[in-house]
Write a protein that binds this ligand. Structure first.
Ligand SMILES: [Zn+2]
Length: 156
């Protein structure tokens, strides 16, 4: 969604029903108060700063509410980012070399899929490979544990 107030118009009637929670902090089940339509929403706020919405059938929404069974599209951060890239959304440009958003995202991508390559991480973050290497290195040094403490402190 763009910066033309569309977010506000959509979210005027779409309300959060269930958060996935845990490590998957970005994923929500929502429902439109006006028409009853359920949506699965990935709240991507690190790379694209966008909400991704997928329309759900009544069955899918019920499986989420009753069995905590979520459709797979947004279940990993890599899948969410791949969605953004597939839609050709431009990644945010950061002025710093090692922004926390990118450090955390690189760590999450590695945690989700330990054999992910630096090249793939660079592609997902929208940065050159050399910068992705520095981001990964900073995440595994003492600075990384500082970020993790920060992140923990923020409840993320
Ligand atoms: Zn509606």
């Amino acid at each position: 969604m763009g910066g033309d107030g569309l977010d506000e118009r959509v979210f005027a009637t779409v309300e959060n029903v269930i958060d996935h929670g845990g490590d998957i902090w970005w994923l929500h089940l929502s429902r439109c108060r006006a028409c009853g339509q359920h949506w699965m929403i990935a709240q991507e706020e690190r790379i694209f700063d966008e909400h991704f919405l997928r329309r759900l059938t009544v069955d899918e929404a019920t499986r989420i509410s009753i069995n905590a069974e979520w459709p797979i599209e947004f279940l990993s951060y890599e899948r969410v980012l791949k969605t953004g890239h597939a839609l050709r959304i431009r990644p945010c440009i950061f002025l710093e070399q090692l922004p926390a958003s990118l450090v955390w995202t690189a760590q999450d991508l590695r945690r989700e899929r330990p054999d992910i390559s630096v090249e793939e991480i660079a592609l997902m973050l929208g940065v050159p490979e050399a910068q992705a290497k520095r981001i990964l290195a900073s995440g595994s040094s003492g600075q990384g544990s500082w970020w993790q403490r920060m992140r923990h402190g923020l409840g993320l």
